[in-house]
Design a protein around this ligand. Structure first.
Ligand code: HEC
Ligand code: HEC
Length: 297
């Protein structure tokens, strides 16, 4: 899998060292465990991230067994070459999904999930796309039957959770662990684009995750079909409010916004210049600097 490079390198090195230390005596393994690459990633007390859990979760994420047509995996929509996101335009024309497929970076730091923040934990979210008729359309009993017929998956479950009888709880926990390791938080050097970003965007797209994940009114005029967080709270002030998305790998996740109404970053920054408003960004050179910076996230 090509992205995210640094994290996967660290993970492969970790698994390799663990295996090596388990198989043969190595002086280097005598006193110290190899460094845990997941140490800095938040996870709930009942589902700590382990190399074995992540490996099982990744296998499930890639597996077409999780769908009724046997052709759809999580990767089909959350495409690694598109920053784990995808366009609604890629979906089958009969699909009722009207929202953009979000990227999955840095979700370990998010207090809620989906564009309208309707789910509070990754573990509770994860079985929904599997069952949704517009996504993988597979019932949970059938899911368990299919995965328990695969020796390879059963072995992975044993390594991760000390049982080879795969239950829905193991599927949910392993997938959640894998998703939490999809991390991209580059340290970027100072530049004019970075300054512009901090001035005009970082109030909401803040910190290393480039989002505080709070729910806010969409700054750019929304299309009007999807009322967002209002559908959860029914409070008039929540109409057109959405969870602020992170911007990691944003150059690969076009089109943008919950409804995909913005086709590219040049247009997006032009629209923000007007909507915020940010007079400074009416200058095309400044906008180019900001777009150049966004492409490095
Ligand atoms: C048919 C396309 C499709 C498939 C297949 C799919 N998803 Fe999604 N996924 C979506 C869409 C669309 C959303 C946004 C829905 C919303 O916000 O209402 C989403 C949202 C998510 C989110 C929330 C992201 C966020 O920023 O809050 C996670 C996590 C997720 N999916 C994981 C998975 C997993 C795990 C699988 C496989 C078991 C999967 N998805 C399969 C289309 C898909
Ligand atoms: C007041 C808070 C706020 C500010 C300031 C803000 N944004 Fe946003 N941003 C949001 C919200 C909320 C969304 C989701 C809206 C939606 O889907 O309709 C969003 C969505 C986006 C997206 C779409 C991401 C995706 O995955 O589709 C991009 C890109 C983006 N913003 C970039 C910027 C840039 C660049 C700036 C500065 C010029 C900026 N934002 C300023 C709140 C803000």
């Amino acid at each position: 899998m090509p992205v995210p490079s640094l994290n996967w390198l660290a993970l492969s090195r970790y698994i390799f060292l663990r295996l090596l230390c388990g198989l043969i005596f190595l002086p280097a393994c005598e006193n110290k465990e190899p460094e845990n690459p997941f140490a800095g990633i938040p996870s709930p007390g009942n589902n700590p991230i382990t190399a074995e859990g992540v490996a099982f979760g990744k296998a499930l994420f890639q597996s077409e067994l999780l769908s009724s047509d046997g052709k759809t995996s999580c990767f089909t929509c959350h495409r690694p070459d598109s920053g784990f996101s995808g366009s609604i335009n890629h979906l089958n024309p009969h699909s009722k999904i009207r929202r953009q497929i979000p990227s999955l970076f840095n979700l370990a730091w998010s207090p809620s999930f989906f564009w309208d923040a309707r789910e509070e934990t990754l573990e509770s979210l994860i079985l929904k796309p599997i069952q949704s008729p517009d996504e993988m359309n597979l019932s949970l009993p059938l899911l368990l039957k299919k995965v328990n017929q695969k020796q390879e998956l059963k072995q992975m479950c044993r390594a991760a959770f000390q049982t080879d009888s795969i239950g829905t709880v193991h599927v949910a926990r392993a997938l959640a662990q894998f998703i939490r390791t999809i991390v991209q938080q580059p340290e970027l050097p100072d530049s004019e684009g970075k300054t512009l970003f901090q001035k005009h965007c970082a109030k909401c797209h803040s910190g290393k995750t480039t989002s505080d994940f709070q729910i806010r009114k969409s700054v750019l005029a929304p299309s009007g079909i999807d009322s967002g967080y209002f559908r959860i709270t029914h409070l008039p002030e929540d109409v057109y409010s959405f969870r602020t998305p992170g911007l990691a790998a944003v150059s690969k996740t076009a089109p943008y916004m919950h409804d995909g109404r913005v086709s590219d970053l040049d247009l997006l920054v032009k629209m923000y210049a007007k909507a915020l408003p940010a007079k400074e960004l009416e200058d095309p050179d400044k906008r180019s600097e900001l777009v150049r910076f966004l492409k490095t996230l």
